[in-house]
Design a protein around this ligand. Structure first.
Ligand code: XMP
Length: 429
């Protein structure tokens, strides 16, 4: 293995993720593991130069104070009892923390600052090959950042032993399914099964207006389509997943209760019993992007703005119709093009159009015409829990309005959503 590693054992501190990031910022790879890891499991981890036991307010679980097994204390590499009882907090001041950490990581453990993407990729390639052997891996490739990066990493490690399944449910943005095929099949020579499920999804969604029902239906149908494809392919033993570290934090560790349950491709029937390959599960989002860049993925894929799983399905408000779906897709493409052209692409956290189920009267070709309207939303946020509206230049909004009303069939008005979250959510449904 090319990288040294500092292991943090989770004894209920809420700052473990911060600590791991700080160690990585020193140039040393760090992973967080559960407190009940066995000595054998710890010894099996590659490149461990030191261990930090980090206690905190969640140390008492169901009335019992949790602890690591006694023999961990006798581990061959240095073990630091940081805030072991939850009463000795790490220095709050950044400079002091950095010095304390550097002293332990470099001075006591003798770790080398060799954490970088090339070494990470080289190590993961080796680990994936060890895990998978000559068996086959299946991956649901949505074209989102995480699934794209995990696909690129698996292709590098095991090439055609990986089969990627891309389900086009008709709710992706303009050009996205084509980009997945171009990048993975044409450029990376991957085994890619492209499933055109557009009619199937839109038929199922026909007449369904309730947002939660739409979300459930899209999720359930996705699993059904993926399952059908999985059954057609023989001899698959592993399922690749783009799980990343924040997904694991949100799903809850043994000491911290779940914020929300996380499923990438949950809900597959039990007879499709795959072992998981999750090589990104210890990376934070910015590191996943850096990994994607290092693997040669295009910027448009790596720096893609967040996009909801149900896609345009929750931006075509109410019961989805094909004409409005097309109008929201086309207007979104114009918005994205204009934001990119005007330097807003990397600056605004999330921007898109939504189309309500409302027609209003207008004038087209000197005649009164009832047509749809679209809403532009552009917001900034840190954690998506609250959001502020981007101050988009008025002239740019006017220009985009001109383009949308001229180029998008059936749309005669454009509105700009001025509402922060709260009271509005980011999406409209
Ligand atoms: P809201 O609308 O709740 O959105 O303010 C917060 C963030 O979550 C995204 N979002 C979703 N993502 N499935 C997803 O994967 C969903 O059903 C969903 N709904 C909202 C939204 O785009 C924003 O980034």
């Amino acid at each position: 293995m090319k990288q040294d590693m500092i292991v943090i054992l989770d004894l209920g501190s809420e700052e473990n993720a911060r600590l791991a990031r700080e160690i990585r910022a020193l140039g040393v790879y760090s992973e967080i593991h559960p407190h009940d890891i066995t000595l054998e499991e710890l010894k099996a981890l590659p490149g461990v130069k030191g261990v930090i036991l980090n206690g905190g307010p969640n140390r008492v679980v169901d009335g019992v104070e949790i602890d690591v097994s006694r023999d961990i204390y006798n581990y061959e590499a240095p073990v630091l009892l940081a805030d072991h009882k939850g009463d000795k907090p790490w220095p709050a001041d950044d400079a002091e923390r950095k010095t304390a950490l550097s002293n332990f990581v470099f001075g006591v453990c003798g770790a080398e600052a060799n954490w970088n993407m090339d070494n990470f990729i080289a190590d993961q390639v080796e680990l994936i090959r060890q895990q998978v052997g000559d068996k086959k891996v299946l991956l649901a490739l949505s074209g989102g950042v995480d699934s794209s990066v995990v696909a690129a990493l698996l292709i590098k490690a095991i090439g055609k032993q990986l089969t990627c399944v891309h389900v086009n449910h008709g709710l992706l943005r303009k050009g996205e399914p084509e980009q997945v095929v171009k990048v993975f099949r044409d450029e990376m020579d991957a085994n890619l099964v492209y499933v055109d499920a557009v009619d199937r999804f839109l038929d199922k969604l026909s007449g369904v207006a309730d947002p939660e029902q739409k979300r459930k239906l899209i999720g359930a149908e996705f699993i059904r389509v993926f399952e059908e494809e999985a059954r057609k392919l023989c001899g698959i033993q592993f399922l690749g997943q783009g799980t990343i570290y924040p997904d694991i934090i949100e799903s809850g560790t043994k000491t911290v209760k779940a914020v929300k349950s996380h499923h990438n491709v949950g809900g597959l029937p039990e007879d499709l019993d795959f072992a998981l390959v999750e090589p990104l599960k210890m990376l934070f989002k910015d590191e996943v992007r850096a990994c994607g860049k290092a693997l040669g993925l295009p910027d448009a894929m790596v720096y893609r703005q967040p996009f909801p799983g149900p896609g345009l399905g929750v931006r075509c408000l109410g019961a989805i119709t094909r004409d409005r779906l097309e109008a929201v897709r086309e207007s979104d493409a114009i918005l994205r093009e204009e934001f990119a052209r005007n330097g807003l692409e990397g600056k605004v956290w999330q921007y898109f159009t939504a189309i309500p189920d409302i027609k209003s009267v207008g004038v087209r070709d000197n005649r009164r015409a009832d047509e749809w309207c679209v809403i532009i939303r552009a917001v900034n946020t840190v954690d998506a829990m609250t959001a502020t509206v981007e101050n988009v230049p008025f002239e740019l909004l006017q220009h985009i309005t001109g383009r949308i009303t001229a180029e998008v069939k059936g749309v005669n008005r454009v509105l700009f959503d001025l509402t922060p979250k709260p009271t509005g959510t980011i999406e409209w449904e």
